[in-house]
Every structure is written in C-alpha cells, then in structure tokens.
Design a binder for this molecule. Structure first.
Ligand SMILES: Cc1cc2nc3c(=O)[nH]c(=O)nc-3n(C[C@H](O)[C@H](O)[C@H](O)COP(=O)(O)O)c2cc1C
Length: 150
C-alpha cells in the first residue's frame, strides 16, 4: 500500500483541518495516511513516505508556525539530501499580508527543491481573503491530482 505523510504547520488549526479533510481522499485511493501535527525530520526521511504532502499556513511576517519549526530548523541547519522524496504543498495565507503572502509555504517549497526533493504538482496557494474555507480549494485540488494518477 502506498503511503502519504501529511505534514502540518498551523497556528489556528486551519491547516490541520485541511489535512484531516483530504486524508479520506487518499485513503479511498488506497493510500496509508499518517498526519504529522508536530513534524520532525526523522519522520520525513526514515521511513520516507511515498508522497509527502505539506499543509502550511503562514504566521508573523512570512514565518513558519511554531509547531513546524522542529522540521524547518532541521532542514535549514542540517540540509539533508531529500533526493527521491516526492512532495506536494498546500500553502495557506492571506493576501492582506501582501509581500509575505504564503511566505512560509513559498519558503519551504524553495528549500525542499534546494535539498533535491521533487514536487509532483504545482503548489496550491489558498488566500483566506478569497477562500475562507480552505477545504473548498484543497479538496478539488487533491481530487484532481489523484485522478491524474489513475
Ligand atoms: C498573526 C498573524 C500573522 C499572519 N501572517 C501572515 C503572513 O505573513 N502571510 C500570509 O500570507 N498570511 C498570514 N496570516 C494569515 C494566515 O496564514 C491565514 O489566516 C491562515 O489561513 C491561517 O491558518 P491556520 O488556521 O492553519 O493557522 C497571518 C495570520 C495571523 C493571525
């Protein structure tokens, strides 16, 4: 059974809600799903999931939420090779923050690519000003990706 690890970065729970809403879609498609609410590097690389899905909101001024800094600090400081890691990324933010819109998701996407991970689909950016319920954008995006695989 293929595995998907869903790595969550959240302050107010919206990104966790997205993770919990998309999980059954992967399960119905035959994936074993593991949601990581406090993501750590070892759970990304050993064992490596067949797909890593990041659900990442932004706080501060383009910053990672606190529950995610264990993983982001490890990636930034240890710079492990992520060759062979396939990932997808849902970045959540608010365009009211203008230049730091989706800053954490964008920063993470760039970092993962630098570390040789491979993004399997264009990043989804969800703007809370336009789409208050992020599931409205995330569910069809995941459904489409799964349909493209079959
Ligand atoms: C204190 C604070 C700072 C924020 N900073 C940013 C930001 O720099 N860029 C951005 O795009 N969104 C920013 N946001 C908006 C959140 O990322 C957005 O509302 C997101 O949907 C929250 O997700 P969560 O419920 O998972 O924490 C900020 C929100 C708050 C409350």
């Amino acid at each position: 059974m293929p595995s998907v690890g869903i790595y969550v970065a959240t302050v107010y729970g919206g990104a966790l809600d997205v993770a919990e809403q998309v999980a059954p879609l992967f399960e119905s498609a035959g994936y074993d799903v593991d949601i990581h609410e406090t993501p750590m590097l070892d759970r990304l690389i050993e064992p490596k999931p067949d797909l890593a899905l990041f659900c990442i909101s932004t706080t501060g001024r383009g910053d990672y939420p606190g529950n995610f800094t264990g993983l982001s600090n490890a990636l930034e400081q240890q710079r492990p090779s992520l060759e062979g890691l396939l990932y997808a990324l849902i970045a959540m933010g608010d365009s009211e923050y203008e230049e730091t819109f989706c800053g954490a998701g964008r920063k993470l996407d760039a970092l993962l690519t630098e570390l040789d991970a491979h993004r399997v689909v264009e990043r989804l950016e969800v703007d809370a000003s336009e789409t208050p319920m992020a599931d409205d954008a995330a569910l069809p995006w995941v459904e489409q990706w799964l349909a493209d695989q079959s």
